[in-house]
Design a protein around this ligand. Structure first.
Ligand code: G4P
Length: 531
């Protein structure tokens, strides 16, 4: 098909105004509160909750709700799209619990930037660090938001220092707090010299000549103005200047201060995201780099969500678009199988009122309903044979055998496990010696979810027993004969995963090390990139 230059120009233009991001935070730092406030700014919540929608707006809104009802899927919270000043923000939700979650990590493969929310009294916490490490692996640029400035907080210099030291990430404060805790009066933009008073609108921001502008003292009192004067000077001298290239390569973070609860600093943060966060970038595939402005559509599945309603086995595959334009009724090629996947009723997570929009662009995420064909890591194209890299699977840290309370349900269990494995809820390993499958999860919580879903959705009450294995690794090697030899020698301790990849199971770390020594020509991987 010939492509008119105007098509690619439109695609490039739409891509350029997309900002797709996630929020990374330790539980309780304020991710949920900030999300709400961000959506309010983009108008999304107001409109979603509005009962006064007229005409088309009402119709599309009820369409959306019907999709949710019919499929029993709460798609709304997974991807939140809002528009402000001609920039389209796609906020991808990451599950908020403390457990190490594969879902969270995979979601981070689908964003172009992340907002790191810190509790001003606590600074960097365990989960912040873990999530940050994943962002670093992928060079995802990070914007920092120091939240809860309306309460007792640690000294800003202290917090900056901690970010620099514990994350080895340079900080460039954009805003600086004026006053602390109950005396918190607002923030001062170090570059634009703008004072934003707390509990006022963005329009009330005042541009000053500098921190010593007498108007500041009039507004916040001499004491707080003096403190800012001293600190702003120190901050400007002591930290590197904000640099867009360094931010985008992931080595420097701009820092904003605010209070999500009081809806303060959120607009400033959004301005920062709009200005600094990158639009979709070229993405690596196994054959070439794919530019977002290309005419042909490409995308990859980073998440699969099942129906909550046990009578419908539909799933929604979340597809991040990397190039081209998606419209209703397109047929796409699932590269892994070569199958054509009709996209008759894609869920577009677009528009302020969550309406079902007609098209999606690079950087957007769409939901594609299917009966289990689409799997995490799948690449979709208009025909080209290419696979995007980088959607990871992690070696489970907990391996269990499944104990059925009713042996008559064995067949049902098999189907259930297989479906849940496709969805990414659990990893499944079938030992080559024919013994029953082993389930693997990355955290305890995942095991609880598995148990509850088996019971509630599939009517299969089951328990889990400790397995004889502690560690699992994917095996690869150039020498196929060496792999076969390993499998022959370790028939009882090897299995295949749900995608047919070969894995080794070890009873202890000592055994793992020994296998690595005995088979130096093989590689034993704790992380696998899905294809
Ligand atoms: P999370 O999603 O990261 O886990 O955090 P969430 O937004 O749920 O916030 C955790 C708690 O911190 C909530 O209080 C929330 O109200 C509070 N919080 C969030 N942002 C701010 C802020 O800027 N300032 C202050 N002072 N508090 C903030 P909670 O008591 O646990 O819940 P709730 O009863 O208030 O809902």
């Amino acid at each position: 098909m010939d492509v008119l230059p105007s098509d690619t120009a439109e695609i490039a233009r739409e891509a350029a105004r997309r900002r797709s991001f996630a929020i990374i935070a330790h539980p309780d730092a304020g991710k949920t509160t900030l999300t709400e406030k961000l959506l309010l700014r983009g108008g999304a919540i107001q409109l979603a909750g509005a009962v006064r929608a007229k005409g088309n707006a009402r119709r599309t809104r009820s369409d959306w709700m019907k999709i949710e009802q019919d499929r029993g899927i709460s798609v709304a919270t997974s991807v939140m799209t809002f528009e402000r000043d001609d920039i389209v923000f796609n906020l991808l939700d990451t599950p908020g619990h403390e457990d190490f979650s594969e879902d969270t990590y995979r979601t981070l493969t689908a964003v172009d930037a992340a907002v790191m929310v810190l509790d001003a009294a606590k600074g960097i916490e365990a989960q912040t660090r873990k999530l940050f490490e994943v962002c670093r692996l992928r060079d995802i640029p990070i914007v920092t938001f120091i939240n809860k400035m309306d309460r007792e907080a640690r000294e800003p210099f202290d917090l900056m220092d901690e970010i620099e030291k514990t994350l080895a990430l340079d900080v460039a404060p954009i805003a600086w707090p004026v006053g602390r805790a109950t005396e918190f009066a607002g923030t001062y933009d170090l570059y634009e010299r703008r004072f934003r008073p707390v509990d006022a609108t963005d329009a009330d921001a005042v541009t000053l000549t500098g921190p010593d502008d007498p108007r500041l003292a009039q507004m916040v009192g001499a004491e707080r103005a003096k403190l800012l004067h001293d600190e702003a000077e120190l901050a400007l001298a002591g930290f590197p200047e904000f640099n867009l290239d360094r931010f985008r390569e992931g080595t420097l973070t701009p820092v904003f201060f605010g209070s999500a609860l009081r809806d303060f600093g959120v607009g400033h943060l959004l301005d920062g995201l709009a200005r600094y966060a990158p639009p979709p970038r070229a993405r690596a595939s196994d054959s070439r780099m794919v530019e977002p402005g290309e005419a042909a559509l490409t995308g990859f599945v980073f998440k699969v969500q099942a129906n909550m309603d046990p009578n419908h086995r539909d799933r929604v595959a979340f597809v991040r678009l990397c190039s081209g334009k998606l419209t209703k009724g397109m047929r796409l090629r699932q590269v892994r199988t070569g199958k054509q996947v009709p996209v008759n009723a894609p869920l577009f997570f677009f528009a302020k009122d969550r309406q079902v929009a007609e098209e999606a662009w690079p950087g957007d995420v769409v939901g594609v309903a299917n009966h289990g064909t689409l799997r995490i890591g799948d690449t979709l194209t208009e025909g080209e044979q290419l696979n995007f890299r980088g959607v990871p699977s992690f070696a489970p840290e907990i391996l269990r055998s499944v104990r059925l309370e009713d042996p008559m349900l064995a067949k049902k269990l098999k189907t259930a496990l297989s479906q849940l494995a496709e969805e990414g809820v659990v990893q499944l390993f079938r030992p080559f010696d024919g013994s029953p499958p082993i389930v693997g999860v990355v955290g305890q919580l995942q095991l609880d979810v598995l148990q509850s879903r088996l019971r509630v959705e599939y009517g299969v009450p089951a328990g889990f027993d400790a397995s004889q294995w502690q560690i699992m690794r994917w095996i690869t090697g150039d020498d196929r004969a060496a792999i076969d030899r390993f499998l022959d020698l370790n028939r009882r301790d090897t299995a295949e995963d749900h995608d047919g990849e070969v894995v080794a199971l070890f009873g202890s770390d000592w055994r793992r090390k020994r296998a690595e020594e005995e088979f130096p020509m093989l590689k034993f991987h704790a992380v696998r990139e899905q294809h």
